[in-house]
Design a protein around this ligand. Structure first.
Ligand SMILES: NC(=O)c1ccc[n+]([C@@H]2O[C@H](COP(=O)([O-])OP(=O)(O)OC[C@H]3O[C@@H](n4cnc5c(N)ncnc54)[C@H](O)[C@@H]3O)[C@@H](O)[C@H]2O)c1
Length: 323
């Protein structure tokens, strides 16, 4: 197949590109390298079946050309990471809303299937655990910048449903805390990257709040597998899927495990949210997916346990993070 991956030089996008090329597809990747990196895809740059376009998804003429040519679109380009979103909410809204509208519009014109990357942030601070895809969303006020990311992804999903209602094949995947090789060293989008970098540098491991907030950390191979399945399984069209691991881990447990696996002697310190994100920051206490639907419809089963995934991630970070 000919496949377009938006955000193809990003963390998840580049792993998806790897898998698609491995299985024999021809891949077009568009990425403006705002948070993506050429080093994530440099091993493919000379390949005949790989075409990299350093451009923005806001370039509608380019999207039109690409959509007319490919069979399937994986739309992952977005401004990601709570810290980036809080720093520049306008860029986040533009990229995540206007950009997605452009991608879906181009796909609709040529009737090409789209897999849309959404987020567990959709559920906001809902306290009803686990999160089912049809659950209510619980968000804070619009004056709190971090909710703009959740809202922008929700608008994307509404766009997807609207196009699906017109018959376009669209499947949406809500990722839960993906981690693995190629995580951005700055760690804005990832507590795993932050803690591993700190542990390797011998700096204190910073845990926000009391560290008892939980997440379900999902190894990149599982994230990509769920994404691929959403592109392949016809019964998934018109639906939204939680794509994540089910094991719930507190951030303090995560820090302790990373400290042990890296052999770090750093201490673990607790940092108030306001010191990192500023006043008024609101966090989600627990975030756990139900993956019943992804299992039943897509046949998605996450395979990599946290310790195994962290061991592989740390091995990669040891080689690639600056010391
Ligand atoms: N990593 C996670 O745990 C996670 C969780 C939930 C949702 N997601 C979603 O998964 C997708 C991929 O995220 P990621 O973690 O790989 O982050 P990432 O920042 O590595 O990937 C996003 C990519 O989009 C590119 N991009 C941004 N604006 C663009 C534009 N205007 N035009 C073209 N490219 C642009 C960036 O350069 C980057 O390469 C995003 O849609 C994100 O919202 C990720």
């Amino acid at each position: 197949m000919k496949i377009l991956v938006t955000g193809g030089a990003g963390y998840i996008g580049s792993h998806l590109v790897d898998r698609l090329l491995e299985r024999g597809d021809e891949v077009y990747a568009i990425d403006n390298l705002s948070t993506g990196r050429i080093s994530n895809i440099h091993h493919h740059l000379d390949a005949d079946r790989f075409h990299f376009l350093n451009d923005t998804i806001l370039n509608e003429a380019l999207l039109d050309r690409l959509a007319s040519d490919v069979d399937l679109v994986y739309h992952l380009a977005a401004l990601v990471g709570v810290k980036y979103v809080v720093a520049d909410p306008l860029a986040a809204i533009k990229t995540n809303v206007t950009g997605t509208e452009a991608v879906l519009g181009a796909a609709f014109k040529y009737w090409k299937k789209v897999v849309l990357a959404s987020s567990s942030e959709i559920y906001g601070k809902s306290a009803k655990i686990p999160f089912y895809e049809e659950d209510d969303r619980v968000l804070g006020p619009t004056s709190v910048g971090r909710w703009s990311y959740s809202t922008s992804k929700a608008i994307d999903e509404h766009f997807a449903f609207a196009y699906a209602a017109k018959g376009l094949p669209v499947a949406t995947v809500r990722f839960f805390n993906s981690y693995g090789p190629r995580l951005d060293e700055k760690g804005y989008g990832s507590v795993v990257a932050n803690l591993v970098r700190q542990a390797l540098k011998g700096e204190p491991l910073t845990v926000h709040g009391d560290g008892r907030q939980t997440r379900c950390f999902t190894y990149i191979d599982d994230t990509v597998e769920g994404t691929l399945l959403a592109g392949e399984v016809k019964a998934g069209e018109g639906l939204v899927f939680n794509i994540g691991a089910e094991a719930e881990t507190t951030i303090l447990e995560l820090a302790t495990t990373i400290k042990r696996l890296t052999g770090s002697r750093s201490e673990i310190v607790f940092v108030p949210y306001r010191d990192y994100y500023g006043e008024g920051f609101e966090d989600t206490r627990r975030r756990v997916p139900s993956i019943d639907r992804a299992k039943a419809v897509l046949g998605f089963v996450p395979k990599v346990k946290l310790e195994e995934g962290l061991t592989r991630t740390i091995a990669w970070c040891r080689e690639h993070y600056t010391r």
